[in-house]
Design a protein around this ligand. Structure first.
Ligand SMILES: NC(=O)c1ccc[n+]([C@@H]2O[C@H](COP(=O)([O-])OP(=O)(O)OC[C@H]3O[C@@H](n4cnc5c(N)ncnc54)[C@H](OP(=O)(O)O)[C@@H]3O)[C@@H](O)[C@H]2O)c1
Length: 334
């Protein structure tokens, strides 16, 4: 059943979105992608989720990032996308680049988690059903599994592509040494790793400091960023306390303990730099990541169309002066 009330904006590829090549591949991704981790579950408003998805698509955001366990409840974010596909986006399937992942706890028993062949294969079949899709564009191992031989996980990814259930594969949050095994194994089996997904933002530089971003580039993979706004901290969401409709208040993955006085001071200082530059902290934080050409895309989360609207302004950000960059580094280093 198609919802004829939605007609995508005919200017969707001409109104400011930029597309970046993903490593050494044929794929271009929007500089800003939309993630379904929070606010797309069955505890959330379907109408709001649908509004956000339509708004994003209208603005050229053609990459949606999901995982088997996104919700809550687990699996329900994929169902939300499935319903939107059925009701309005089905005719635009070939314009969309949809990813999902497996590796975190999903169903009870010994096969519902981690990265065995059994879990990855079964989980992807379930995801496809929930999303009403015949294939995903990108399937990730969601986390490094220290107990399963890497070759088992990687061969499962290769076979998933061979079965036509995913067009490309990627890895998320794998440590550097294991990531190298993945790049080498997948390349040797003619299914090169498309992309590495890692958490990276102004106040959390782990993948840069561990050499993960350079490693992805050296291996011809893209690098896609999750939590670019540190779950809202870098969107100024908590500068004046904890709003009742925020991720912390909803009991999401961000906890009130993250709001230490030191962290708040850091965010206030960054906010002042953003104000000096004539933009919001969210815009500056996204633009800062995107000023690194090794980054393919940032996956933002959102709880409203207004947030999306604001965050897409990052694409029009003024360039960073050396003084701005030095000021940001001073705040980061404390
Ligand atoms: N691979 C992995 O292991 C992994 C892990 C985590 C996430 N991810 C992916 O990355 C995506 C993004 O992660 P994230 O949600 O943590 O990203 P984020 O962009 O750092 O945080 C998004 C949250 O920030 C707040 N926000 C965003 N824009 C705002 C604005 N303009 N003004 C005020 N507040 C604003 C909203 O919080 P409120 O809800 O409080 O309004 C929003 O839900 C996920 O959806 C998922 O696809 C992957």
């Amino acid at each position: 059943m198609t919802n004829s009330a939605y007609t995508p904006d005919s200017q969707r590829y001409d109104n400011g979105m930029k597309y970046r090549r993903c490593g050494r591949s044929g794929i271009l991704l929007p500089a800003i992608s939309l993630g379904f981790w929070h606010n797309f579950g069955d505890v959330d408003s379907f109408e709001n989720a649908e509004r956000m998805v339509h708004y994003a698509f209208d603005r050229g955001v053609c990459h949606f990032d999901l995982a088997n366990n996104y919700g809550p409840s687990s699996g329900s974010a994929e169902k939300t996308l499935g319903r939107i596909m059925r009701q309005s986006l089905r005719p635009f399937r070939d314009e969309l680049f949809i990813s999902t992942k497996a590796g975190y706890d999903m169903w009870p028993g010994p096969y519902g988690s981690w990265c065995s062949r059994k879990n990855l294969m079964a989980s992807l079949d379930q995801s496809l059903q929930r999303m009403n899709l015949e294939y995903v564009d990108l399937f990730y191992s969601h986390r490094y599994d220290p107990m399963t031989p890497l070759e088992e996980t990687l061969q499962a990814l290769v076979d998933i592509v061979r079965q036509g259930k995913a067009l490309y594969v990627g890895i998320s949050r794998w440590p550097k040494e294991a990531a190298q095994v993945a790049y080498d194994y997948l390349a040797a089996h003619d299914v090169p790793c498309l992309i590495y997904q890692g958490r990276y933002n102004i106040i959390d530089r782990e993948p840069e400091e561990a050499g993960i971003i350079d490693q992805a580039q050296a291996n011809g993979a893209g690098f896609i960023v999750f939590s670019p706004l540190a779950q809202g901290l870098l969107a100024g969401r908590y500068l004046n306390g904890i709003p009742s409709d925020s991720r912390i208040a909803h009991g999401g993955h961000l906890k009130a303990e993250a709001l230490t006085e030191q962290r708040l001071q850091q965010i206030r200082a960054l906010n002042q730099i953003a104000e000096r530059r004539g933009q919001t902290l969210a815009e500056m934080s996204l633009a800062w990541i995107l000023s690194d050409k090794r980054v393919t895309s940032v996956i933002i989360g959102s709880s409203s169309v207004e947030q999306l609207q604001q965050n897409l302004m990052a694409l029009q950000s003024p360039p960073f002066t050396p003084e701005d960059l030095q000021a940001i580094e001073r705040v980061y280093k404390g």
